[in-house]
Design a protein around this ligand. Structure first.
Ligand code: UDX
Length: 445
């Protein structure tokens, strides 16, 4: 099928590359010319395992091309994916300017029946809004259908999630559109494309849920909000553990053995961040408020998460006393491992607070080498973990990158001037570190 993907951000690029890999002809467009030039040269603007290789291969085979002319791309395609950003406004309401612009452009460029798919996480009702804008801008009366098809990709595992999804949600009331969608995703539903044969994860067919567009839009928000709730809940229990002398690792293990609860997404820590959870939980809370059903649980979930970051600073004060002039080595900047994404990363809040309190902060992340937008420029980047920890009074692990578990902690003990470790992810071997002589502080552990 001829597919066009509008927006080559995280979701758009992964979607485009993966659709090409399962045999479609994909044209990805973006209004950012620099990004398109770089992609045309085979350079992947994001760090995502396996993506660059698939990008190169599909470009070489002619299944994947990049361009800047959205109107032309719409004209040439049967299926149009909208994958543009919906950043939050200060109120928490998502900004739909980019979606509206694209819908106007699609309306003007329709030249035959097309399916317009919304993959961006959008406020409830956006499918209907897109339909209305396209209709208002149509120059002829070509038929079209709008489908809500939320993505559930995790950063760092996006390629795997795209090829081996746990479900495909199709939000459409139109049988013809649903049939075409099932054809589009056929190889993924059946798991019979080459990549799946080589990397088989799922033996059975992928479940497909067909529902109305509003329910489909809510499935995405409610899923992310539920996962964020799970983490905030566990973090709250971790804080109780600290007060009463229990161990969160045993508590969550014990809870997770109940199949109704499950063991996943139960890791206590410094809290959730990233490009999805913070934005989506706020947006759902905003929608709930707007429709007269205030979301008390969601508001508490956000509050617990905001407080959790400052628990690290409190722990540092408990260990060091006055922070002024202390040297703190921070390991990890990205909001989670295996990504270079620092959006809403807890690291930024924590480092800024340390600097505000007068500490000297040295930071090392295996992948992030530039200052995230909101990070105070007073933080100093170190070339490796050891350099970040030279003469440090305190080490704070913020992101659980695998290389941090392999550090030589005997060496670290010799180069640090203090012996304090705060493990914001309960990731390191507490027992081993204590044996070496470190003062180890985890989260509820
Ligand atoms: C999330 C959803 O998982 C994905 O389905 C959706 O499409 C986009 O949002 P992502 O933001 O990439 O994906 O990250 P994820 O791996 O879900 O982690 C989100 C945050 O929760 C991270 O900050 C992570 O550190 C934190 N987290 C996760 C915990 O603190 N504890 C856990 O047990 C799991």
């Amino acid at each position: 099928m001829k597919v066009c993907v509008i927006g080559t951000g995280y979701v758009g690029l992964v979607t485009g590359v993966c659709l090409a890999e399962i045999g479609h002809k994909v044209l990805c467009v973006d209004k950012d010319d620099r990004k398109i030039t770089s992609l045309k040269n085979g350079r992947c603007p994001i760090y995502e395992e396996g993506l660059e290789e698939l990008l190169e291969r599909n470009m070489d085979q002619g299944n994947l091309i990049f361009g800047s002319d959205t109107s032309e791309a719409v004209g040439k395609s049967e299926i149009i994916f909208i994958c543009v950003g919906t950043p939050p406004l200060p109120s928490g309401k998502p900004d739909l300017t980019a979606i509206d612009d694209v819908a106007r452009m699609i309306g003007k460029s329709l030249n035959g029946y097309k399916i317009i798919l919304n993959k961006s996480t959008v406020p409830i009702g956006t499918a209907k809004r897109i339909r209305k804008i396209i209709k208002e801008n149509q120059v002829n009366s070509q038929e079209f259908d709008i489908v809500s098809n939320p993505e559930f990709l995790k950063e760092g595992e996006a390629v795997k999630d795209a090829f081996f999804p746990e479900r495909i949600v199709i939000g459409s009331e139109n049988e013809k559109a649903v049939k075409i969608m099932k054809e589009l995703y056929g190889p993924i539903i059946r798991q019979d494309f080459d990549y799946a044969r080589g990397n088989r994860k799922r033996k059975k067919e992928v479940p497909v849920l067909v529902t109305d567009s509003t329910s489909s839009e809510l499935i995405k928000y409610a899923s992310n909000a539920f996962l964020a709730t799970k983490i905030s809940f566990v973090n709250e229990v971790a804080n109780i553990c600290e007060r009463i002398g229990a161990n969160i690792l045993d508590v969550t293990y014990g809870m997770g053995l109940d199949s109704r609860i499950g063991p996943r997404f139960m890791r206590a820590g410094i809290g959730w961040g990233g490009s999805c959870f913070p934005k989506d939980v706020r947006a759902l809370s905003y929608t709930a408020e707007e429709y007269g059903s205030p979301a008390s649980i969601l508001n508490a979930v956000i509050q617990v998460n905001n407080q959790q970051r400052f628990k690290i600073v409190q722990k540092a004060v408990d260990l060091l006393g006055i922070i002024d002039d202390k040297i703190i080595g921070v390991l990890g900047l990205s909001f989670k491992p295996n990504t270079d994404d620092t959006r809403e990363a807890p690291s930024v809040t924590v480092i800024n607070k340390f600097l505000e309190l007068g500490a000297e902060v040295r930071v090392y992340d295996p992948v992030v080498k530039d200052y995230p937008d909101n990070l105070d420029r007073g933080a100093v980047f170190a070339g490796d973990a050891y350099k970040a920890l030279e003469n440090a009074d305190l080490m704070v692990l913020v992101t659980e990158w695998e290389e941090f578990s392999k550090l030589d902690f005997n060496r670290i003990k010799n180069i640090m001037s203090g012996k304090n470790i705060i493990d914001g992810r309960n990731y390191l071997d507490k027992k081993a570190l204590k044996e070496i002589g470190f003062e180890y502080v985890g989260i509820g552990n």
